[in-house]
Design a protein around this ligand. Structure first.
Ligand SMILES: [Zn+2]
Length: 123
């Protein structure tokens, strides 16, 4: 049984923008990270596309890759004491992490929707 192909690029971009990968109108999230059960516009069952730990993994990886130059440039540019630099970087990385996690989870929902990878235990 073959199913029609879905446009991966538009689905991922819509997920990134917190829009339903199917119609592009309804929202993906209700709250910070909770995916809606159904799209408010088209009724697509978005709650069945569960990304599990994938967004957290990618977010941690990206933030860790950003942290290395942030430490280096922070130290070179500001020459602050290490405790101040650590406290500033903790705040900066927390903000970056929280922002990226939602964006990456939206991308994951779009990706899973495009590949029709439903959580088969959800229905
Ligand atoms: Zn929709």
């Amino acid at each position: 049984m073959s199913q029609p192909a879905r446009d991966l690029k538009s689905a991922v971009l819509r997920g990134l923008a917190n829009r339903c990968p199917n119609c592009g109108e309804g929202r993906v999230f209700t709250g910070y990270l909770k995916v809606v059960d159904r799209c408010e516009n088209c009724g697509e069952r978005l709650g069945e596309f569960r990304s599990a730990d994938g967004p957290a993994f990618f977010t941690i990886t990206i933030v860790m890759l950003l942290l290395i130059p942030l430490i280096g440039f922070g130290w070179l540019l500001f020459r602050s004491d290490p405790l101040t630099l650590m406290l500033v970087l903790c705040g900066v990385t927390t903000i970056i992490t929280l922002a990226l996690l939602r964006l990456i989870k939206g991308i994951f929902v779009g990706f899973l929707w495009a590949h029709q990878e439903r959580d088969r235990g959800a229905w």
